[in-house]
Design a protein around this ligand. Structure first.
Ligand SMILES: Cc1ncc(COP(=O)(O)O)c(C=O)c1O
Length: 446
């Protein structure tokens, strides 16, 4: 296979298909786009970076010099606009405006205002999304509301191996609502929806292997069976194009600290289709979801629209960071972001998988359209490999027991960095550098 390295065109071969295609005759269909006759991406990374229509965004972010940051699926980098907006909010709005800023800076309107900025990223209308709480809490609110609205359907269906909170929230809620949690095997979610299921919780893009689910198909199957489905868009929003309206989706949640660069623990969002809002009651019926919070009434009366899913006081500094991040991302067309992210990940995989690497396996789909914003490789020494890469300035992450994830966000990554990351991984694998005892063990947060 070294023949690939000797090709006159100097291409990076598209051997992924050759190694992973179940049928070698189909390997051609799996070659990365823009591949040359040898199946390789001919273009020089520097040329691609120079011609990249999104290249100016990189300068808008604060990234440590020399670091290749591929952990945007976990925590997106901070932009200069966010740094400035938080400082301005602290100094001016909090420092000078003080309590008056709830009105003068419209702090009180932040959940809806930011929700309206999320809406175009997920194919929703401005009055269908709000920003509040965490994904976990929003899942609780929506699933709780849906179970209450369908008393005859006492089962919450989740696929096993989902992001833990999607199952854990279902388990906690089941205890309170005298409901049951049904765990479906991977790939069998649709088969397990029956007349007992009230709510299905499903990720659009899987946190582990980045598989993209067919949102329209699964939504239609759930609705046909009389169930509702809550989509977890945590790994989708900002990474892949999402169109909730076109998919017929009615409910969704998602986080903002990954591909939206909102900052560590930035508030999550929640989507309820317009025609579903009035029929649902928020089980965390806090005062800011009240129709008239400043009337200070004893009796809870829900606000008219999606506002009823707000519970308590919004953490304004976190909202300020997120708002600046959303304003920046709104400047980059979603299709261009997705196309570049796919090109980056294809380039990385083309290089890494150009040769058979013992013990290394791609567990994300080979088809970039079926993958989210990251790629996942399996290796029994995954933890140590990720540590060895970090020492080399290439930041990915590890998911127990054996997975390494690398994200390719379009606004913060260059083609040359995708190549550098691939080369670092190849070096770590081929030299066995990851076997150094310094890379053993496990940190609290991986
Ligand atoms: C699919 C998915 N859902 C939910 C979460 C986190 O939710 P929360 O905002 O409650 O921490 C994550 C975090 O990585 C996730 O990947």
């Amino acid at each position: 296979m070294t023949v690939w390295q000797d090709l006159a065109c100097g291409c990076v071969p598209a051997a992924i298909g050759l190694w992973f295609a179940p049928d070698p005759d189909k390997a051609d269909a799996l070659r990365p786009r823009g591949a040359c006759a040898h199946g390789g991406a001919m273009e020089d990374a520097a040329a691609l970076d120079a011609a990249d229509p999104l290249r100016s965004f990189r300068e808008a972010f604060e990234l440590p010099h020399g670091m290749v940051y591929l952990a945007g699926h976990s925590l997106g980098p901070v932009s200069r606009a966010v740094v400035a907006r938080v400082a301005q909010t602290v100094q001016n709005e909090w420092g000078h405006g003080l309590v008056g800023s709830w009105n003068s800076a419209d702090w009180i309107g932040a959940p809806q205002r930011l929700g309206a900025k999320i809406a175009p990223l997920v194919g929703a209308r401005a009055d269908e999304t709000i920003v509040a709480d965490s994904v976990s809490v929003n899942l609780f609110k929506l699933a709780g509301a849906l179970l209450t609205a369908a008393p005859g359907r006492k089962t919450i269906l989740v696929e096993s191996g989902e992001f833990p909170t999607d199952m854990h929230i279902a388990q906690g809620l089941a205890g309170l609502a005298r409901a049951k949690v049904r765990l479906a095997k991977r790939g069998a979610l649709a088969d397990r929806i029956d007349a007992r299921v009230g709510v299905v919780i499903a990720s659009h893009v899987h946190y582990r292997d980045a598989v993209v689910r067919d949102m329209a198909a699964l939504t239609a199957q759930a609705h046909a069976a009389g169930a509702e489905i809550i989509w977890d868009l945590s790994h989708s929003v900002g990474a892949v194009e999402v169109d909730l309206a076109a998919a017929g989706a009615r409910f969704a949640v998602g986080c903002t600290y990954k591909y939206l660069n909102g900052g560590p623990g930035s508030p999550a969002f929640l989507f309820v289709a317009r025609d579903q809002q009035a029929r649902l009651a928020n089980p965390i019926s806090g005062w800011l979801g009240h129709a008239d919070p400043f009337a200070f009434l004893d009796r809870y009366e829900p606000a008219g629209g999606v506002q009823r899913f707000v519970s308590g006081t919004p953490p304004i500094l976190a909202y300020a960071a997120l708002e600046a991040a959303l304003d920046l991302i709104a400047e980059a067309p979603a299709a261009a972001r997705r196309a570049k992210s796919q090109a980056l990940s294809e380039r990385f995989l083309g290089r890494v998988l150009a040769k058979k690497r013992p013990g290394l396996q791609l567990i994300s789909p080979i088809d970039p359209d079926r993958r989210g914003g990251h790629v996942t490789l399996k290796h029994k020494a995954a933890y140590a490999i990720v540590q060895a890469l970090i020492v080399r300035g290439v930041i990915g992450d590890f998911r127990a027991p054996d997975a390494m994830r690398f994200a390719f966000p379009a606004l913060t990554l260059r083609y040359s960095e995708a190549d550098a990351a691939a080369d670092a991984l190849i070096e770590v694998l081929s030299t066995g550098a990851y076997r150094d005892p310094a890379f053993a063990g496990s940190a609290k947060v991986t």
